[in-house]
Ligand binder design. Structure first.
Ligand SMILES: NC(=O)c1ccc[n+]([C@@H]2O[C@H](COP(=O)([O-])OP(=O)(O)OC[C@H]3O[C@@H](n4cnc5c(N)ncnc54)[C@H](OP(=O)(O)O)[C@@H]3O)[C@@H](O)[C@H]2O)c1
Length: 256
């Protein structure tokens, strides 16, 4: 049987990069997927690619009312929610001295408050079925190995990792069959990575080599590799795993 047969998933940041790969992987595994992001045309294009098993939603993750509307739309369409993947995220570079308060707050608003709003909005519907549920918060290897020059980003992702563990413990203590884990990609080939490479000011190949070097496996990751790990965390195959950090990072977090 397919790993996600009968499951309903809501995935943020689904219009490109990892979120898109996760949505496609989940759909292939039998899930019905709500694909959410700010650009509704791109979400609709992805939903069109997937077919009847997809629902396109417009969602700004910092907006609590938008979250309520997104969860209500899933309820109206499928009457159930089993999986929430908080994948939407942004990065902005800067040392502590270089980082403006506005940048710091933007990073926290999207990378930390977004998943917080999402969990608060989704939990009542996830609880209603009494069925096993899974929340996956997409963090980063920089949460575990903070990177100088990514002050706000590293810190927001570390806070997201901590929030993930708190919610996992809360769900377990309440006897809920809902697991909550964080996924920690290393450098992964997406538009976000391209932007980070461009922001170094170095020629692309030089910047790519520089970033690759912090991965002991000597390369960046692919979105499909992240999607595969996310699938495991989302599915009942990981039924006794909660409050954990799963790295998809070519050993970057434990590099010497
Ligand atoms: N790529 C890497 O090397 C890397 C490494 C470690 C961790 N990560 C994390 O992995 C996640 C996915 O990264 P990615 O590389 O796939 O990023 P990406 O290519 O930049 O895609 C980001 C996605 O998030 C959506 N988004 C951004 N801001 C949003 C907001 N305020 N509200 C709702 N949606 C928003 C974007 O869609 P719209 O523009 O349509 O809203 C887009 O679909 C992020 O959390 C990132 O921090 C990435």
């Amino acid at each position: 049987m397919s790993a996600l047969a009968g499951k309903i998933a809501l995935i943020t940041g689904a219009t490109r990069g990892m979120g898109r790969a996760i949505a496609l992987r989940f759909a292939r595994e039998g899930a019905r997927v709500a694909v959410a992001a700010r650009r509704i045309a791109a979400a609709e294009a992805l939903a069109g690619e997937i077919g009847d098993a997809a629902l396109a939603l417009t969602l700004e993750v910092t907006d609590t009312a938008a979250w309520d509307a997104a969860v209500a739309a899933v309820d109206a369409r499928w009457g159930q929610l089993d999986i929430l993947v908080n994948c939407a995220g942004i990065t902005e570079q800067g040392t502590t001295e270089e980082t403006s308060l506005e940048s710091w707050r933007r990073l926290f608003a999207v990378n930390l408050d977004g998943p917080f709003h999402g969990c608060r909005a989704a939990l009542p519907l996830m609880k209603r079925s009494g069925q096993p549920g899974s929340i996956v918060n997409v963090s980063s290897v920089f949460a575990q190995r903070p990177m100088p020059g990514f002050a706000g980003y590293s810190t927001s992702k570390a806070a997201l990792t901590s929030f993930t563990k708190v919610l996992a413990l809360e769900c377990a203590a309440a006897g809920l069959p809902i697991r909550v884990n964080s996924l920690h990609p290393g450098g992964t080939e997406t538009e976000m990575l391209e932007q980070a490479l461009a922001d170094t000011g170095l020629p692309r190949e030089e910047a790519y080599a520089h970033f690759s070097a912090i991965h002991p496996m000597g390369r960046m990751g692919k979105v499909e590799e992240v999607a595969e790990a996310c699938l495991w965390l989302a599915s009942d195959a990981s039924s006794f795993t909660t409050g954990q950090e799963l790295n998809v990072d070519g050993a970057s977090a434990i590099r010497p």
